[in-house]
Structure formats: C-alpha cells, structure tokens
Design a protein around this ligand. Sequence first.
Ligand SMILES: [Zn+2]
Length: 174
Amino acid sequence: MADEVQRVFVPSAVEEDGNSLALGCFSTEETAWQVLRTFLKKSDQMLLTSASVVVWDIDVVGEGGITVLSTMECKDCPVCGRRTFWMDLENFSALCHGDACAAWVEESTVEPGIIDCGWPPVRFLKQTQNIEEAFKELFKIGDQMKAISRVESIPQNQTQAMLDEFKAQNPDLE
Ligand SMILES: [Zn+2]
C-alpha cells in the first residue's frame, strides 16, 4: 500500500459522568474538526463537560504516539444561554456552536493582550482589555436579548424579529 495511513485524528467528547464519546478517527485534521463542530452544535441536548481532538501516530507504543491538538471546555453561552459555548483554554478562544448564535471571544491576532469579542447576528464586535470585560459585554447582549424575548430560550422563528428589534434599540452597534 503506497498510501498507508501514518497518523489518525480523533475527536471525542466527555459527558458529565465522565463517559467518553468516540466520534470516529479520521485521516485529516480538517475532517476531525468538521465532525466535532457538527456534534457540538447539539451539545445543549447533552451533558458534556469537555471535548478534544487528539492525533494518534500509528505503530507507536505508549504515550509518545499521542498529541493533543486542542482541549475545550463547555460553558453556558453568555448570549443565548444554551450550553453550546466551547472554550479552548490553551490558545484562548471561545465560540458558541448553537444555531443562530456564534458568540465568540478571542485574543486579538494584531494586538496581543487585547481580547476581542463579538456576536455575528447583529455584527457586534468589541475590543476589551481582558477576558472578564469581554464576557461582560456578551452578557450585556444576552440580557438585552432576554429582555426582548422575556423567555429563557429563543424559538427559531422569532429570532429574526428579535434581532430587528434589538438592532432598532441599539443603533450604535452597527
Ligand atoms: Zn450562544
């Protein structure tokens, strides 16, 4: 076999009770991430605490054959409130994988030390001095969304109407 697989990319998730969910093993990192991201979209329907992508080198005995590419922890999203907010603690970045949300926090690539955060549905984007401030900004948006909907979770069909109302109330956001 000319194209023998040398290493495989293994995404997995861990449930609250410690049970590990295998999502398969893949020949490219890209596919592994795709599979994991798709899975994490529904993480609010499960009780997950963490997820990771690990590389396994074939035919290597012991831990030397394992490289952890990324470990993420699951939190409640500051904006939509669903448990779909995944934080990569090593190279700090966080993203909500929930439908119609995608709230995010990330260290600026141009200005190290500056923390950017955003919420794409209203093109909200803000630079802050630290992670706490970034989260405060996102919680503010979450509070405004809740005030508009007056319910904890947002039904899909109402999302657009709420976004319009939100934009009308916050003309300075755009
Ligand atoms: Zn969210």
